[in-house]
Design a protein around this ligand. Structure first.
Ligand code: NAD
Length: 508
């Protein structure tokens, strides 16, 4: 009787044959391969790829992914575990090289990949998608890992940053390739490998980038699967990641659902969760500048940034002047009827699950869409090139309460700074994510900082200043708000190891 022929067996055979011919097979569900043919492989045993022209002698895993793209989460994790070991052999210089490769590819492919992501997700703005890839150069790498030395009568002690191993990472639809790239930079700089479960609506562009990263890393270092991606990603593949023995740490970037799932998984999780960043304007500083900052941050990528200005509280005496400054700087004001129409369309009320009114649900069709689209829904005609819509609303308004990710910013009138801080705190929902203030009064800055206690608090700048664009500091697309690590950097993905030399090596 013949043995049953299954898909894995067929792929194994094809892989083997192509391996002998020096080619590659693509898993069935993978995106079409990038135009460039794979370089002559120096081979990883896990890939089954030939070593010096011969088939790999022993494939420790049965993984059949190609350049990091895997259908099966467990195969991806096994391949990443092997790549982790290979990276260790390459030392710090190897990590530095990977960081350089990822930054360089993001720079040279920014337009192509920005367009791919825009076409797939259909949210945000192309110019900012490109900008986010160009900005990867500012993500810190190996140089960020300074050991901490202690020296005294009992000798010398060193605390060093060491890797976890394989990290399971989940990335959002709002910045798919940028988050993947900045995660790889931070995680590999720290010596780790990573397996991604991307957002299903932004996974194909992610696969293109991951494949290109692995091709280039393989060409230069002979490591093929340092950053793996499960394609297509599903809830099952997420669950498999959380259960896989090689995955030592999770890093999730997204909304409340994925944060909850990661924290319930039993694995240690770094959670870059949701935000709803408020702004307070008291009028002691320049209203003109405050308006420009709100427009710059609120309009960035059509307000997809988790740090983006989502609602503004303004002191009564300067309220009208602030709205005038928004208009003068190119934002468009909606009237009450238009806001009502937009709100009806932007928040849906799912029908009938028990008694009482259901909680409104964000209409994903309007998330990250252009101001022209929102204006049409609102029944307004706006000048071409308008970057942001705004309107006066009460504090109890869905656009204030919900993280809406649309280029429409509600502006709320408050009587006192205390009221403004209290309302800002309410709108922020204790996410402890981001907040902004425009004032020259340091006591007010301090009061708001203390009350909201957010990971990012920006004074007299737009939200992006918090990530080094117009302010000092480094950048990343994962801001670990829920679990408190702050803006991710290589140290976020390290264990701290202490090495003690007793009574020796100290000279005096
Ligand atoms: P999302 O929560 O819908 O999806 C994020 C990721 O989580 C996706 O890969 C998705 O497939 C996955 N996911 C969602 N629910 C899941 C579950 N129950 N189990 C397993 N995986 C699950 O978010 P989005 O719309 O893609 O991105 C926007 C959200 O992400 C906003 O809330 C924004 O504030 C947040 N965000 C936060 C940061 C940060 O650094 N803190 C950065 C970017 C985005």
């Amino acid at each position: 009787m013949n043995a049953p022929v299954n898909e894995t067996l067929i792929r194994d055979v094809i892989q083997e044959v192509l391996g002998r011919l020096g080619g590659t097979a693509i898993p069935a569900a993978c995106p079409a391969p990038a135009a460039s043919p794979p370089a002559a492989p120096a081979a990883s045993p896990a890939s089954g790829r030939p070593v010096n022209g011969k088939p790999a002698a022993s494939a420790r895993t049965a993984c059949r992914g190609v350049y990091g793209i895997f259908q099966d989460a467990n195969e991806a994790c096994a391949a990443a575990e092997e790549a982790f070991g290979q990276l260790r052999e390459k030392g710090v210089a190897g990590r530095r090289k990977v960081v350089e490769i990822v930054k360089e590819l993001c720079w040279s492919k920014a337009r192509e990949w920005g367009r791919l992501e825009m076409e797939e997700t259909k949210i945000g703005r192309l110019d900012h998608k490109i900008d986010k890839l160009l900005g990867q150069r500012a993500i810190p790498g190996v140089e960020f890992l300074h050991p901490f030395g202690m020296s005294g009568d009992h000798g010398i002690t060193m605390e060093e940053y060491t890797p976890f191993g394989v990290i399971g990472a989940v990335t959002p639809s709002t910045h798919s390739i940028p988050t993947i790239a900045s995660n790889i930079i931070s995680m590999v700089a720290a010596g780790n490998a990573v397996v991604f479960n991307a957002h299903p609506g932004a996974a194909t562009c992610a696969a293109t980038a991951v494949r290109a990263f692995n091709e280039a890393i393989h060409r230069d270092l002979g490591i093929e699967n340092l950053a793996c991606l499960i394609h297509p990603p599903t809830l099952d593949s997420f669950n498999a990641l959380t259960k896989n023995e090689f995955v030592r740490l999770l890093c999730v970037t997204g909304g409340p659902g994925v944060v909850k799932a990661a924290m319930a998984s039993g694995k240690r999780a770094i959670c870059a969760g949701p935000g709803n960043p408020p702004v307070l304007v008291d009028g002691t500083g320049s209203l003109e500048r405050a308006a420009q900052c709100v427009i710059a941050g609120g309009a960035y990528d059509n307000n997809l940034l988790c740090i983006g200005e989502k609602e503004v509280f303004v002191l009564e005496p300067v309220f009208d002047a602030f709205l005038a400054a928004l208009e003068k700087n190119g934002a468009f004001r909606l009237n009450d009827a238009q806001v009502e129409r937009l709100t009806q369309a932007a928040f849906l009320r799912p029908k009938g699950q028990g008694a009482g009114p259901s909680h409104p649900v964000l209409n994903r069709d309007l998330v990250g869409r252009d101001p022209e689209v929102l204006a049409r829904v609102a029944g307004a005609t706006i000048p071409a090139g308008t970057q942001l819509l705004f309107a006066e609303t009460p504090a109890e308004h869905l656009f204030v309460e919900e993280e809406q990710m649309m280029p429409f910013v509600p502006v709320v009138r408050v009587k006192t700074v205390e009221e403004g801080i209290a309302e800002a705190k309410k709108a922020e929902h204790n996410y402890k994510h981001s907040a902004m203030i425009h004032t020259i009064d340091v006591t007010r800055m301090t009061a708001m900082a203390r009350a909201l206690d957010t990971a990012l608090f920006i004074k007299n700048g737009s939200c992006v200043a918090g990530l080094g664009d117009g302010g000092e500091g480094y950048s990343n697309f994962s801001i670990a708000t829920t679990t408190g690590e702050g803006i991710a950097n290589p140290r976020t993905f390290c264990r701290v190891r202490r090495c003690v030399m007793v009574d020796n090596l100290r000279i005096y």
